[in-house]
Write a new protein. Structure first.
Length: 429
């Protein structure tokens, strides 16, 4: 199993290209189930989760081809993937597939909308919390689906097809919003989704659906209005840049010091994180091509934040911010309000000398003047990358085990960082 070894202490300087967003690419790929025509997606990041979803979609009958050459020979430009679900050959998403990647549960809405039936395994628990799917099911029932649970599977039927309805989510959910939005595009009549999530990835999916012929109003707002159509067509769409990867590199440079330009970064997709880092004393300025981040020899100010749905501070950057605050000048407080168990990085950061105490959903971080390298274990995607950030500043060598978590969501991270001067390498057993 691969490991990542980092020798800390180098400032970062140079440029990093931001890849396409994992959390947009996954649902965008799933929208291909809604049409028999070809959906072409550009800038698809080469990640484990993306490759796993290709297998899952293939099981439903999607033909996938990937362009052989990358434009301009640029290795971070992403793949161009053509997805054609001419015939859906299987409306079942089995446990073995859904359990490896929760986003695959989102095939439920499109399969139900197009084939009027679907059988999808419940995703089960996961390392960061229980993550129920009640909002997905309630939303689809509001569109007329009949839903039963049997042997760990959701059995959904909509004889004669889904019909538009009023969906009011009691809690903001990215996945439920995407699932119901996709389903509503082919339902008969009008659907109103209230208290929808407004993460930029949802806007990206909605914009792609519009290119495919869907009628959606209110994109980017908390109320979405969808007029169902009889069929969707093919389209060409470019995946938006990854705001979580962007935020991760902002924090890496904030931790090590130095100056890096993040090419392709979209500042408007991560204003909360930029505000927090600016408060912490990090210099962030927009450029023609993205964002420049710098920290000179100034100390880091501690921060107090809580994670919130967009446009608040994202839970997917909580672990990275915590890694940064381990070396701040004073006490920081981070409250996690989205997932109840998203603190697995705390004990690993402690192995590097961080001083963090947990009280329920709140972490209190007393900044220390130095971290020391040590072997650590990656536990989930964002927790793993927080260990990379800590390893970049720690004195001596940090070895990160189980890096397959990192490969789920960060494209060529060791290459991108080493191009900026980090001493980081992948070691295979
Ligand atoms: C998406 O997960 C992302 N995944 C997550 O990114 C991200 O952390 C999360 O949104 C929040 O931003 C993808 O985009 C593939 P939710 P999702 O439904 O949709 C509760 C990463 O690291 N809830 O918005 O599963 C839920 O338990 C991943 O890239 C219900 O109660 O998250 C949580 O407390 C991890 N019932 C809250 O809502 C439901 O039916 C928000 O979850 C659904 C969710």
């Amino acid at each position: 199993m691969d490991k990542i070894e980092i020798t800390g202490g180098q400032k970062l300087s140079g440029q990093i290209e931001i890849s396409g967003a994992k959390n947009a690419a996954l649902p965008l790929m799933i929208t291909s189930l809604l049409t028999p025509e070809t959906l072409t997606l550009k800038n698809v990041p080469n990640l484990r989760d993306v490759n796993q979803l290709k297998i899952i979609l293939g099981n439903h009958g999607t033909d996938l081809t990937v362009d052989g050459k990358r434009a301009n020979g640029n290795k971070y430009i992403g793949d161009t993937v053509h997805l054609t679900a001419r015939d859906i050959v299987d409306t079942t998403a089995p446990y073995e597939m859904v359990s490896t990647m929760r986003a695959s549960f989102w095939v439920l809405g499109p399969l139900l909308a197009r084939c009027h039936e679907a059988k999808v395994s419940l995703p089960g628990g996961c390392a960061i919390g229980t993550r129920p799917v009640d909002l997905h099911l309630q939303g689809l029932e509001d569109l007329g689906a009949q839903i039963d649970l049997e042997d760990g599977y959701v059995l959904a039927k909509a004889p004669g097809g889904l019909r538009g309805g009023r969906v009011r989510f009691s809690k903001v959910s990215v996945g439920a919003t995407i699932n119901v939005l996709m389903a509503a595009t082919l339902a008969k009549g009008e659907t109103i989704i209230e208290n929808a999530a407004i993460e930029p990835e949802i806007g990206d999916v909605a914009n792609c659906l519009v290119k495919m012929g869907a009628k959606i109003e209110g994109i980017g707002r908390k109320t979405l209005q969808i007029q169902g159509v009889d069929a969707l067509e093919g389209a060409v769409h470019t995946v938006l840049p990854d705001r979580i990867e962007t935020g991760t590199f902002l924090m890496a440079v904030a931790a090590t010091g130095g100056e890096v330009e993040l090419i392709g970064a979209l500042p408007e997709t991560l204003t909360a994180a930029i505000d927090v880092l600016t408060t912490a004393g990090v210099e962030i300025t927009p450029t023609d091509r993205g964002l420049k981040v710098a920290r000179r020899n100034t100390p880091l100010n501690p921060i107090h934040i809580e994670t919130q749905p967009h446009p608040g501070f994202p839970t997917d950057l909580q672990a990275q911010l915590m890694a940064l605050m381990t070396i701040a000048d004073g006490r920081s407080v981070i409250r996690e309000t989205i997932f109840e168990n998203r603190f697995m990085h705390v004990q690993e950061l402690a192995r590097l000398g961080a001083n963090i105490s947990l009280n329920g959903d709140t972490a209190i971080i007393e900044g220390v003047s130095i971290l020391n390298g040590a072997p650590v274990m990656a536990t989930d995607l964002r927790a793993s990358v927080s260990l990379v950030i800590a390893g970049l500043v720690a004195d001596g060598k940090t070895q990160i085990n189980r890096v397959y978590h990192l490969d789920r969501g960060f494209e060529k991270i060791e290459e991108k960082l080493s191009n900026c001067g980090a001493q980081i390498e992948r070691v295979s057993d």
